[in-house]
Design a protein. Structure first.
Length: 267
């Protein structure tokens, strides 16, 4: 199979982002972050999708770390990442737009708002605004995202959703007992069910109104890609974390790829 990591890939008939993520051996969430303007449900034949390398970074807040590819320009990158050429130049003061080198690492600012570097440097006083710049606000959530059940019957929140000490958003982490069954929090379609590096087995379910739920650190999957699930249907069994020694579930909610605080949605 052709190695696609680090390439721009043209969508072919029948391609999905989940399939591309599997081929490239990258988490689907990471692939989506590097393609902010790509709609998973509306892929077009010939559309270009960026496959990230291990050297590149797409944090929940702060700038991307991007590796220059053949043919890249500040203008083309600005269009892909939803920013402007002038902001790219400002974020890379030591680089000339006319002398970009293949393999060169540059910073790409997130969106069109002001730089978040100041907020990231002082998380104790500005962590709340930092989280808001990269997550969906409660006022923008659809009416369907309300009073969803929790994904586990017996759980303890050991890490809340929110920015860490560096200002990077972290998903919620739930501790539970051995062999605990993870359940779908809403009706939807399983878009990914497989293994991801560092996240063990993962299930991603797409729901109405462009909402997604993510269940990671699973040990055994009980669903397949393309399967329709109802609220409460079993998705996987929680595994024992090598990092913590507990049986943990990493749980994430998103709208259009943007993270949501689960406490805004779960009852």
């Amino acid at each position: 199979m052709t190695q696609i990591s680090g390439s721009w890939v043209a969508i072919k008939r029948g391609d999905t982002l989940g399939q591309l993520a599997k081929r490239a051996n990258v988490p689907l969430e990471r692939l989506q972050r590097f393609n902010p303007g790509v709609k998973a449900r509306h892929l077009a034949v010939g559309q270009r999708v960026l496959i990230p390398t291990q050297q590149e970074r797409a944090p929940a807040s702060g700038p991307y770390r991007y590796q220059i590819r053949p043919g890249d320009t500040f203008s083309s990158l600005a269009r892909h990442f939803g920013t402007t050429s002038s902001r790219l130049q400002s974020a890379n003061a030591g680089s000339s737009a006319t002398e970009l080198r293949v393999g060169q690492m540059i910073n790409i600012p997130v969106g069109s708002s002001a730089s978040t570097s100041t907020a990231s440097s002082t998380p104790s006083s500005t962590s709340k605004p930092a989280a808001q710049t990269s997550s969906a606000s409660s006022s923008s959530l659809p009416a369907s995202a309300k009073r969803w059940p929790w994904p586990l019957d017996d759980y303890r929140v050991v890490r809340r959703y929110g920015p860490d000490s560096r200002g990077t958003l972290q998903p919620m982490l739930l501790a539970t007992q051995a062999n605990a069954s993870v359940k779908a929090v809403a009706k939807g379609e399983v878009r990914f069910a497989g293994s991801m590096r560092q996240l063990e087995k993962v299930v991603i379910v797409h729901h109405a109104d462009n909402l997604q739920s993510v269940y990671a650190l699973c040990e055994q999957l009980t669903v397949e890609e393309g399967q329709q699930v109802a609220v409460g249907d079993p998705l996987c069994q929680v595994g024992k974390s090598r990092a913590t020694g507990r049986h943990d579930l990493l749980f994430d909610l998103r709208q259009g790829g943007k993270p949501i605080d689960p406490r805004q949605v779960l009852k």
